[in-house]
Design a protein around this ligand. Structure first.
Ligand SMILES: C=CC1=C(C)c2cc3[nH]c(cc4nc(cc5[nH]c(cc1n2)c(C)c5CCC(=O)O)C(CCC(=O)O)=C4C)c(C)c3C=C
Ligand SMILES: [Fe+2]
Length: 493
């Protein structure tokens, strides 16, 4: 999709201070600090002693454009943002201690009014559009060091291993994509969301270009960034379409962006604001609660329905070794949705499980398939599945939940099955995205200073070929060892 274009006149803001790596709006807000133990209290969920011990020692930074109090805390300041950006002075901000200034006034520079061309970059995973795309898509995914995290000495194996795993997994993945019509709907839905966001921003008197950049398939983030440069965008809001932050999703997409921006003289000075997560936003929570509330009446006895949140899993090591906030954010997100439902008089039981594990490592538990069987055995008769880690329909909602898990649930004794649709272009959600963009705009700051060519580029073709050759042999030897074969037969293939 080409950029959906427009421009807005804003006072040029001279940014003060040193260049931070990312304008990661939320990391510096003390109100966003949350320990996992407090999440457990909030939800009254039963945690094992071991869990609580692990968690209470770990304060996780929950980053979100949290706007339950209508103010977004950005880099330690709060900004009161409204819908009519043109009528506002961008440099004026509101914080808990009163009216704060930022940018022009804060730096003491002369205000220089120039035409600001603002862009919004939606980041998403991407998916194969045809069955022929499946293997190369899987290669891109497994070649990502944020998806298969190899220890440093083994990182040269990344690409050969990605080649091998993608070839081996492709037949199973293809079956899945064939069963949902031959390809992923992600590109179409993300384009629709981009159009809807542009219109929602226009309804708020703000005319911006909206771009789509995918991590593993077309349109790639690299292509979107080229368009942003070609369009001479001067300020950018980056909006990953993952409600909760994970190293493997938002983290990975932002790493790519950082590299691209650092490598380029023009982009490296562009003010950028990144919205790291959406899960705490009032608009997001209310939109999710609406979807659940709308779906419950399809059951004969709505109050008896188990609300079953099914999140995409990540390997446990991400959370426990690498500090991924994904599990904490997921639990807090569900807690907020349940609180919202409770406030509406909906008091159903709920549970959370993780789906879509890949490969021979431990993933976040409990696993969706195991919980469904347990619930059936315990006599749960009605279940409403809620996909929670993604905002569009995709293979894991359309195939894994709607087909595999539904069948398993019915076999396990659950009699009534329902599924909440993904948010897609739900108007209240899109309006909230527009608000998030407007709130994030003032905090834009340069990603980094120009540092020349990326170190990651493999510029020696012979060295690259040698690494691929020996790496493939080593990867094949490892892969076909009896232990690996056993583990992969169960989980990967
Ligand atoms: C928040 C969402 C997601 C997380 C976290 C995530 C982590 C993660 N995923 C894999 C492996 C695969 N993911 C695949 C597809 C896929 N993943 C997500 C979302 C998250 N992944 C989506 C939305 C999709 C579907 C895209 C589409 O085409 O519709 C696939 C390919 C499909 C398949 O073969 O099952 C793989 C493989 C890992 C290893 C991982 C964390 C480390
Ligand atoms: Fe995935």
């Amino acid at each position: 999709m080409d950029a959906i274009s427009g421009s807005v006149v804003l006072p040029r803001v001279k940014l003060s201070g040193s260049h931070r790596h990312l304008s990661s709006s939320h990391h510096f807000s003390p109100s966003c600090l949350q320990a996992r133990s407090s999440i457990s209290r909030c939800c009254h969920s039963s945690k094992s002693k071991e869990d609580v011990e692990n968690l209470s020692t770990k304060a996780i930074i929950v980053s979100s454009s949290d706007s339950f109090d209508k103010r977004t805390s950005i880099s330690g300041r709060s900004y009161l943002c409204g819908p009519h950006q043109k009528k506002k002075t961008l440099g004026q901000t509101f914080c808990s201690t009163g009216l704060c200034t930022y940018g022009v006034a804060a730096t003491g520079s002369d205000p220089q009014v120039a035409e600001e061309k603002v862009g919004v970059l939606l980041l998403n995973l991407g998916g194969p559009e045809t069955l022929n795309d499946v293997q190369p898509f899987l290669y891109n995914l497994f070649a990502d060091p944020d998806i298969i995290r190899l220890p440093r000495p083994f990182q040269f194996l990344q690409r050969p291993l990605a080649q091998l795993i993608s070839v081996l997994r492709a037949p199973k993945s293809k079956e899945g994509y064939a069963s949902i019509g031959g390809g992923s709907p992600l590109r179409r839905i993300t384009d629709e969301q981009a159009n809807a966001l542009k219109m929602a921003l226009e309804a708020k008197d703000t005319h911006l270009n909206v771009y789509v950049g995918m991590r593993y398939w077309h349109p790639f983030t690299e292509d979107a960034v080229q368009k942003i440069k070609r369009d001479k965008i001067t300020r950018l809001v980056v909006l990953p379409l993952y409600p909760q932050y994970s190293i493997s999703t938002t983290g990975s997409s932002i790493s790519v962006l950082q590299r691209l921006f650092r490598e380029d003289a023009y982009l490296s000075t562009m003010p950028v604001s990144i919205i790291e997560s959406l899960y705490k936003r009032e608009g997001y929570i209310k939109s999710m609660a609406d979807l659940i509330e709308n779906e419950l009446p399809i059951f004969l006895n709505p109050e008896e329905v188990m609300i079953f949140f099914s999140a995409h899993g990540v390997p446990v090591s991400y959370v426990e070794d690498a500090g991924d906030p994904y599990r904490d954010q997921m639990e807090e997100c569900i807690c907020l949705i349940m609180q919202e439902l409770k406030a509406r008089g909906i008091k159903n039981n709920h549970t959370l499980a993780y789906q879509s594990r890949v490969g021979p490592v431990q993933w976040l538990k409990p696993y969706t398939d195991e919980v469904l069987v347990e619930l059936g055995q315990k006599g749960v008769k009605s279940l409403l599945a809620v996909p929670i880690s993604f905002v569009s329909e995709h293979i894991e909602t359309l195939e894994e939940i709607d087909m595999e898990y539904k069948e398993l649930a019915l076999e396990s004794g659950i009699e009534n099955w329902g599924r909440v649709p993904a948010l897609g272009c739900t108007p209240s959600f899109i309006t909230d995205l527009a608000d998030a963009v407007l709130e994030a705009l003032p905090s834009a700051t340069a990603i980094s200073t120009f540092q020349g060519a990326s170190k990651e580029v493999d510029c020696d073709p012979l060295g690259y070929l040698a690494k691929m050759f020996f790496g493939s042999i080593l990867a094949a030897v490892l892969f076909f060892s009896p232990k690996m074969i056993l583990a992969f037969r169960n989980h990967l293939l």
